[in-house]
Design a protein around this ligand. Structure first.
Ligand code: AHR
Length: 515
């Protein structure tokens, strides 16, 4: 059995988690909205058409903030199409996903859904086919109290009070050639800066996120962030990051190592943002919004092979069925985010329902939890607090991660000295301690010894683990609980010393309170 030792101290913190770290994402894409959160006529739908079986699962999942309406979709979206009397709303071709957008769900329905779910809304403006003026009008429609064209339009539509949306994204993945009206870094930087100025003139209380490059493997990565922040530094608070982990190569050790590349990506973006700050002689720190992250590969297609004949409404696309090992890699991503809580202060799991989602539904039928539901629920329910620095000593391995997204000539990333244990420790607001642990050893259990300095008087609240001999096992409508967390027996506490045996290839959450 491998051993891992961990040393932590209550006083040595990385940072306090921001509530917005625990967000998710709803895009007009496939069955995320239609047949996902919204399905008038479904047996559980309320008067607004919101599926209550999905709502219950969302409440259990407890995301704190929700990004909307895209994603690639936003770069061709006219927000005006989705407001006002439903019968008058136009159906439009959605260039991003080759679908027809009926617009029967729009901004006001989204805000209502968020309020019902107890989630903060986050909106994105279209900086693809549209620009600064429309972005300003959108903020006016949502946030201005009244007495102007767009604020009165909102009131006429039945929403008297402003929506008061605080977090806005300046477009989406604007460096991606697949984006409707992609831009160069300087083109985007300038348009984002001008949009930001207008948006903040309309409402100075909002916060803005500039698009980072759409992945670490993009040829533009690095230079893109530098140029974009050079233009927008004074106007924005945030820069975005996106990562989708994959197991195309069917290489589990590499797949489970891949969350470590999120650590590198975050640290690189922090370095670039701070270099821009240094160049500007500024003490301002741009925060990171990891506003798309997940595992996604089986249903991922280049744009040219995404074409669906007939432009259907809400086609069942990107419906990734997650297995046991996806939940493990996903858990690794959770740890990477938490361990950078000082700078990653916002993040959105992409996405929420059906489309690469932790929740699956049948249109007209049932809803159930995918395997990744569990590590996300652990993250949102138990991840809030002060993230602690940890010193981890354990065996390591070398691997090579295959990622066909991005640079053609660098599909393979060699990874050296990957620790078998990936772990995060959170000192929660109740004074307790939560450990999130990924054992990446596929071949055997791991003896975990944690010295939790200055944490005397802990008592075990709960120890759960996710592990299955079949790493390809999935949840389904017929077997919705095939993969669920199980109690982990044998956790011992001696003063501030914690011992546990983590099963091979497992995701474990150990929760301690203070007595
Ligand atoms: O989340 C699915 C898609 O992935 C989003 O629309 C886009 O931003 C990213 O490429």
């Amino acid at each position: 059995m491998r051993n891992a030792t961990v040393l932590l101290d209550r006083d040595f913190t990385i940072g306090q988690t921001d509530p917005r770290l625990f967000g998710a994402f709803i895009e007009h894409l496939g069955r995320c909205v239609y047949g996902g959160i919204f399905e008038p006529g479904h047996s559980t739908a309320d008067a607004k058409g919101f599926r209550q079986d999905v709502m219950e699962l969302v409440r259990e999942l407890a995301p704190t903030i929700m990004r909307y309406p895209g994603g690639n979709f936003v770069s061709g979206y006219n927000w005006e199409d989705g407001v006002g009397p439903v019968a008058d709303r136009p159906a439009r071709l959605d260039y991003a996903w080759f679908s027809t957008e009926p617009n029967s769900f729009g901004t006001n329905e989204f805000i209502d859904w968020c309020r019902e779910a107890g989630i903060e809304p986050m909106l994105a403006v279209n900086l693809g086919t549209r620009g600064p003026q429309d972005a300003g009008y959108f903020v006016e429609y949502c946030n201005h109290p009244g007495g102007t064209h767009y604020s009165e339009l909102r009131r006429k539509h039945g929403w008297d009070k402003p929506h008061d949306v605080k977090f806005w994204c300046l477009g989406n993945e604007m460096d991606g050639p697949w984006q409707t009206c992609a831009r160069t870094a300087d083109e985007y930087g300038r348009v984002a800066q001008e949009a930001a100025k207008i948006m903040k003139w309309v409402d100075k209380t909002i916060e803005l996120a500039a698009c980072g490059s759409s992945g670490r493997k993009m040829p533009t990565f690095g230079m893109w962030e530098d140029r974009v922040l050079d233009h927008t530094f004074n106007e924005v608070e945030w820069i975005s990051l996106h990562t989708y982990l994959n197991n195309y190569a069917d290489d589990t050790p590499a797949f489970l190592a891949s969350p470590d590349l999120m650590d590198s990506f975050i640290e690189e973006v922090v370095a670039i943002a701070d270099a821009v700050a240094a160049r500007k002689r500024s003490s301002k720190r741009i925060m990171l919004s990891f506003d798309e992250w997940n595992v996604w590969y089986r249903t991922r297609r280049p744009r040219e092979s995404r074409v669906i004949p007939g432009w259907p409404v809400a086609p069942p696309i990107l419906e990734e069925i997650y297995n046991m090992q996806d939940a493990l890699a996903f858990g690794g991503a959770v740890i990477a985010l938490l361990n950078h809580a000082d700078r990653v202060r916002c993040a959105c799991l992409a996405q929420l329902v059906n489309v690469i989602g932790p929740i699956m539904t049948e249109t007209g039928g049932a809803a159930w939890r995918q395997t990744i539901f569990w590590p996300f629920k652990h993250f949102t329910n138990f991840g809030h607090g002060a993230v602690l620095r940890t010193k981890i000593v354990c065996d390591t391995y070398d691997t090579e991660y295959f990622d066909p997204a991005g640079m053609d000539d660098e599909y393979r990333t060699p990874m050296k000295d990957v620790p078998y244990l990936k772990l995060c420790a959170v000192h929660n607001d109740e004074g307790g301690l939560t450990l999130f642990a990924l054992n990446r050893d596929l071949n055997g259990p791991m003896q975990l010894d944690v010295e939790a300095r200055s944490f005397d008087g802990l008592s075990l609240i709960e120890a759960t683990t996710m592990h299955d001999d079949d790493l390809k096992a999935v949840n389904s409508k017929a077997a919705p609980s095939r993969i669920t967390p199980q109690a982990l027996e044998g956790v011992s506490l001696n003063g501030s010393h914690i011992c546990a045996v983590l099963p091979a290839a497992s995701w474990t959450v150990l929760r301690f309170g203070r007595t």
